[in-house]
Design a protein around this ligand. Structure first.
Ligand SMILES: Nc1nc2c(ncn2[C@@H]2O[C@H](COP(=O)(O)OP(=O)(O)OP(=O)(O)O)[C@@H](O)[C@H]2O)c(=O)[nH]1
Length: 296
């Protein structure tokens, strides 16, 4: 049964119950003459019953998990029945004891169930916020990062670096682009297996990430081409960074297909270029890549 049909059924059951309640009240109790009805108490009880009915309608149609919706629908249904009982008391005296007991039981039980339902709703809301947050993080990571190396991907690199370069140029700062090519990756793949090749790439990525600042952009631009964009950096510091990365990545430890740890020697070609004033980012990339191709 769909949630919508359940909600309609719950409302119908509540209305039917009130009808039976009213009929048995009028049949068994003492009906007041109309002038004995207190208009203030009647208005108050009518307002309370209407509010409970609106609550019931809202609770039954609430687009939440069925278990929560049914607790809230039962709670607000009981509140409505209790409020109806109070309303009936304005017209009829000496209601049957069973109705009085049921009416007195309906209000606190309904309020308790509503409170429990609201508590569950709050928990579900917090959980869904948490899940949504982690989905967004995963989505962001998948769209901006290379999953093997955890470096930024090509798209992120080309969409963010030009802006960073322009902003540095505006403040007369120079930027550096270092390109790396893992020359012997095809040899590693062939001799040690593709898993070792993957591990070599991911180790090189790790070295890059561990040796960059927060606002540097380390990215994987191709199968075995990595790049490091360093905003507001001079050539001397860039050379030191490149040298540190090359020496740390010269020998890396990886696991082969059988899970045995082994040391791989990485042959890495690199090129470093400094941005010129007013130079486009594309031109800086071309100069660096051309030099890298010559070095390889
Ligand atoms: N294990 C592993 N090897 C890779 C991967 N990507 C590329 N390679 C190896 O690197 C070789 C070159 O791959 P390309 O994608 O052409 O590399 P590139 O960065 O564009 O560099 P070029 O050699 O200039 O084309 C491939 O033939 C593979 O042997 C990878 O994700 N894992």
């Amino acid at each position: 049964m769909s949630n919508y049909s359940l909600a309609v059924l719950a409302l119908l059951v509540a209305l039917l119950l009130c009808l039976v309640w009213t009929a048995s009240g009028f049949a068994a109790g003492n009906i007041h003459p109309i002038e004995a009805v207190d208009p203030i108490a009647l208005t108050r009880d009518l307002a309370f019953a209407t509010a409970c009915f609106i609550l019931l309608a809202l609770a039954t149609f609430l687009p939440v998990r069925r278990s929560i919706a049914s607790v809230m629908a039962t709670g607000s249904g009981l509140l409505f029945v209790g409020a109806w009982h109070l309303l009936l008391g304005n017209f009829v005296d000496d209601l049957p004891v069973s109705l009085d007991i049921a009416g007195a039981f309906a209000l606190p039980t309904g309020a308790g169930l509503m409170a429990w339902g609201l508590f569950q709703l709050g928990r579900a809301y917090r959980l869904s916020r948490l899940l949504l947050g982690s989905y967004r993080k995963i989505e962001h990571s998948l769209s901006t990062k290379d999953q093997l190396t955890q470096l930024f991907n090509r798209r992120y690199f080309y969409s963010n670096c030009p802006e960073l370069l322009a902003s540095c140029q505006k403040h007369n700062e120079t930027c550096i682009l270092i390109s790396f090519l893992l020359e012997n990756l095809p040899d590693i793949n062939r001799e040690e297996g593709v898993n070792c090749g993957d591990a070599a790439l991911s180790e090189l990525g790790r070295v890059l990430l561990n040796n960059t600042r927060h606002n540097d952009i380390a990215a994987r631009l191709g199968g075995r081409r990595l790049a490091l964009f360093l905003p507001n950096t001079d050539m001397a510091s860039a050379r030191q960074i490149a040298q540190r990365i090359l020496s740390l990545a010269e020998h890396v430890q990886v696991s082969d297909n059988e899970g045995v740890r082994r040391v791989l020697s990485l042959r890495i070609a690199h090129s470093i270029y400094e941005s010129k004033p007013e130079e486009e980012f594309e031109s800086l990339v071309q100069r660096t890549q051309a030099a890298l191709n010559q070095a390889a």
